[in-house]
Design a protein around this ligand. Structure first.
Ligand code: COA
Length: 184
């Protein structure tokens, strides 16, 4: 299966509220075997609070200008991968790297809701995220994944990733693989 032509990156918005809340329930019930840490941001979300006050949740996300809610972090833009009014996943684009992102996080993060996985959306999410990075003037994007996260590595390689190295993350944690993608 391949993503529909209508799949696109959009600014987080109330238009996707019901679908996003369903996706949060999926994330909370999901047990992705290769990268448990990445779903932290949805595990903590209280669905009842989202139902009552979605506007405050949206206000807490980074906007198109990269305004970061947490001081000290680099500017980052949150996008949602959507299809019509369905929320499919999220893509975060960091406008530049700091020491930690250079080592671990990279320029782009992505996550696809469990019910839409294995249909090509992850590969599309990174491709669209790279377009946003290029538009920001980034000529070489750093993308990373856990050495144990085969699906994410496939996505990076399918988008032209060239492996730089593998960084040990310490006892009990998977090593981080770093890839560069040329956008020039
Ligand atoms: C990793 C993730 C983004 C993949 O999304 P996806 O929409 O399933 O990705 P795609 O459909 O584009 O598949 C990419 C490749 O991974 C493979 N794949 C995806 N899920 C798989 C699974 N559960 N088992 C085996 N292979 C899998 C696909 O078959 C495809 O392989 P191919 O390139 O050889 O055809 C998704 O599983 C996810 O959100 N995981 C949790 C968050 C995460 O790990 N994010 C990445 C952080 S670096």
């Amino acid at each position: 299966m391949t993503p529909g032509k209508a799949a696109r990156l959009a600014a987080p918005s109330v238009a996707f509220k019901q679908s996003f809340i369903e996706a949060v329930r999926e994330f909370q019930a999901d047990d992705y075997p290769w990268n448990a840490g990445s779903m932290g941001r949805y595990r903590e979300v209280d669905v009842d609070v989202l139902e009552r006050d979605f506007a405050s949740f949206l206000a807490g996300l980074e906007d198109a200008a990269g305004r970061s809610v947490k001081p000290g972090l680099v500017p980052q833009t949150s996008y949602w991968l959507v299809e019509d009014t369905a929320f499919i996943g999220r893509v975060s684009v960091r406008h530049r790297l700091n020491e930690n992102l250079m080592r671990v996080g990279g320029h782009i993060g992505y996550e696809i809701r469990p019910s839409r996985r294995r249909q090509g959306y992850g590969t599309l999410a990174l491709r669209l995220g790279l377009e946003k990075a290029k538009a920001l003037g980034i000529r070489r994007a750093l993308v990373t994944c856990d050495a144990t996260n085969g699906p994410s590595r496939s996505i990076i390689l399918a988008n032209g990733g060239k492996m730089e190295d593998e960084i040990e993350m310490g006892e009990g944690k998977p090593a981080k693989q770093r890839f560069w993608i040329d956008l020039s």
